[in-house]
Design a protein around this ligand. Sequence first.
Ligand SMILES: [Zn+2]
Length: 60
Amino acid sequence: MTDTLPACPSCASPYTYEMGTLLVCPECAHEWSPTEAAEAEAAAVIKDAHGTPRPTATTW
Ligand SMILES: [Zn+2]
């Protein structure tokens, strides 16, 4: 099952829970992504999409 969440990498607390795409630790309030590699890749795509700003297109 994929219901098993990893322990907090900061304080090793097993009481982590999911919040959106992030994992949250209630013990130390640490938030992290369980799929950093995939998220970084997605972020790169998003950044690339936003990486072409058009200052003249938003001045009207
Ligand atoms: Zn923690």
